[in-house]
Every structure is written in C-alpha cells, then in structure tokens.
Design a protein around this ligand. Structure first.
Ligand code: KG4
Ligand code: ZN
Length: 344
C-alpha cells in the first residue's frame, strides 16, 4: 500500500492530490484558471504558465492539509509530464522533482492522457475487463486507444483537426454562450430537439478510427450566420433572431452529432480489437448526453466519477501506483514533453 502525492499542470489547471493504493483519494486540490482565459475563449499558454507558478505551492499545501498527511509520510511523487503546454508542464515537473529530491522519495512521471483513462478507477476501485477500448475526449484530445493493461496503452485513432471539447468551446463561442462551452451546451441541449437540425457526421474512411470535428463546427457557424458567398467572409455577429428554443435546438442537434460520431467510432474500435469493455475519460466524459447514450452498450462502459473527468492530479497519482508496485520509477532528469509518447 503506497501513498502518492500527485502533481498536475499540463494545461490550465494546477492540481495536487494524495491517493492511497491507487484509488483511495484523500485529497483532490484543483486551482482552475478558467476565469483568466475566459475572455480569450481559450487557453493562453503564457498566462497559464504564470498562474501555475503562483498556484503550485498553495495547491500542494491544500492537498496535504486536506489529506491530513505530512510530506514525510508520502511514499512517492507523481507528475503528469506529457503531453501538454511546455511552460505549464515545466512548473509541475520542477515542483515534483524538487520534492522528490529533497525528501529522498521516488519520482514517477506519467502520461496525462493515460491518466485520464485510469480516472475510472478512482474511488470506485473498479477493474474494467481488458482488452478495452479507451476514449479520451477533452478540450485538447479526442483519441481512441487499445488498453491491454494500464501501462500498455496503444493509440489506434485520433482527431485530424479539432478535439471534441474544442468543438464544444468554439460552438459555444459562436453562439455567444461563454467558456468552457461543454457544460453550458450540455445543459442547454436537454431543452432542445436533437433532430431539429441535421448537422454533418464526419466518419472519414470506412475503417478509419480517426475523428474530424472542424466541419461540424463550421456547419454550426454557417447555420447561425449564413453561408458566406464566394469571396465574402462569414458575418461576425451572432444571428440576433435566434430565440431561446432555437438556441437549445442548435445545442441539442450539435450534441447529437458529436455523440453519434463518438459512439460509432467506439463501436468500430471495439469490433477491431475484440474489446471486453469501454473506458471513457477526459472533460467531455462528463457529458450527460454521452453517458445516457451509452447506458445499454454491448459491453460494459466505465466513466470516471464526475469530479475526475476534467484535469486533476488524482488520476496521475492513481496511475503512478501501478508504476510504484512494478518499481518503474523515473530519474530526476525526467523531461516535460509536449506530445504523447505515441508520436515520438
Ligand atoms: O480534460 P479537460 O479538463 O482538459 C483538457 O485536457 O482538455 O477537458 C476540458 C474540456 C473543455 O473543452 C470543456 O468544454 C469540455 O471538456 N467539457 C464538456 C463537458 N464538461 C467539460 N464537454 C461536453 N459536455 C460536458 N458536460
Ligand atoms: Zn486533460
């Protein structure tokens, strides 16, 4: 039984968490920067990096205080060291290394995307039968994985343009609804008719496990502001004639298109690898429509508890427990890496 202090700073959340035995979450401190980035409708790397510097020590203190544990009782430090924004990653990696070195405890670097998949184990201690299809869907990623073991995760498909969460954020911006767009559109969709507008579903080639969401986003843009004539650019202002029901119908129809594509690709992937279960993680795994649509799927589907869908450090501290058990430690020369290992 190991107690691991995890650190997360890959994008715009500064987080620290104490997890025992890979699932028993004793604290989950998260400092969100959403407000800082809201007016830019997306994450500004330089602002994110500076905010991590300010937040990292208070967040570490909070995670230890909530867990009622001292630094000396920690068995290892974990940090999500890839993929992410380089400036952001460096803050978490440096903090975790410094603690590991000064305490004389092992350091464990984990992949943030793999950790999103592992988040289904947190608190629940459930064990999805493997091989599983893993889907990580967030603001930065939409990718399918063959998961044979928590440390044997193979990329089998990914988006060729926008991530699905990014499409939610952009569509919310088009509709003038605020940031992040996912939770807003998810709520709005419940009041709308998913069949009101037939938005396109991009499935790419017959066998493809890749995704494309930029056409769907553009279809929403044209629906709202009109298709520009040749040589003209699209109108800048949202169409003032959209009434509340019209907005809800757009949200529901957009969400239906996203869910339809995600489920069809999951099914394709499951058939290809003979999956015994499906594991879904990342910010978009909080989506109520997606959860509802997968209740009666052919094989069991595992979602994380809601608080572990978006970025947090508990998922990396949990996954690091597997590494700890197998004595797979990182050296103090661990690097921050902007991309996932599969692209190396
Ligand atoms: O995992 P995450 O915190 O950060 C990344 O690694 O990207 O995911 C954030 C993304 C945002 O794009 C947000 O709009 C989306 O997850 N999101 C949702 C929902 N909650 C968050 N998308 C759809 N429905 C939701 N309920
Ligand atoms: Zn993430």
């Amino acid at each position: 039984m190991a107690t691991i202090l995890g650190v997360e700073s890959t994008c715009d959340e500064t987080a620290a968490s104490v997890v025992i035995d890979g699932y028993d979450v004793r604290s989950n401190a998260v400092a969100s920067q959403a407000e800082l980035h809201a007016k830019y409708r997306g994450v500004v790397p330089e602002i994110a990096c500076r905010a991590h510097v300010e937040n990292i020590i208070p967040v570490l203190r909070e995670s230890l205080a909530t867990a009622e544990i001292s630094l000396n009782s920690i068995d290892a430090l974990s940090v999500a060291h890839r993929p992410g924004l380089i400036g952001s990653l460096l803050i978490g990696v440096t903090a975790a290394k410094t603690l590991a070195w000064s305490l004389g405890k092992p350091l464990i670097g984990v992949d943030h995307v793999h950790a999103h998949l592992y988040s289904v184990v947190l608190e629940t201690n459930q064990a999805p039968p493997m091989p599983a299809v893993g889907l990580v869907c967030s603001g930065g990623h939409t990718a399918l994985y063959e998961v044979n073991d928590w440390l044997d995760v193979r990329l089998i498909g990914s988006t060729i343009d926008d991530a699905v969460g990014e499409a939610y954020d952009k569509v919310a911006a088009i509709l003038g609804l605020g940031y992040p767009g996912g939770p807003i559109l998810d709520r709005l969709a419940e009041q709308g008719d998913p069949k009101a507008i037939r938005f396109p579903r991009s499935l790419l080639d017959r066998d493809s496990l890749d995704f494309s969401f930029s056409g769907l986003k553009t279809a929403v843009l044209y629906h709202v502001r009109g298709v520009p004539r040749r040589g003209e650019s699209v109108k800048q202002e949202p169409n003032p004639t959209i009434d509340p029901q019209g907005l809800a119908d757009i949200a529901a129809s957009f969400q239906a298109a996203c869910i339809d594509v995600l489920i069809r690709k999951i099914r394709r992937a499951a058939g290809k690898i003979g999956a015994r279960s499906i594991i879904i993680g990342g910010g978009v795994s909080a989506n109520r429509g997606l959860r509802a649509a997968l209740t009666d799927f052919e094989v069991p589907v595992f979602f994380p508890p809601l608080r572990y869908c978006t970025d947090n450090a508990a998922m990396s501290a949990g996954l690091a427990h597997i590494c700890f058990d197998r004595k797979q430690f990182s050296s103090l020369s661990l690097d921050a890496i902007t991309y996932s290992q599969f692209l190396e």
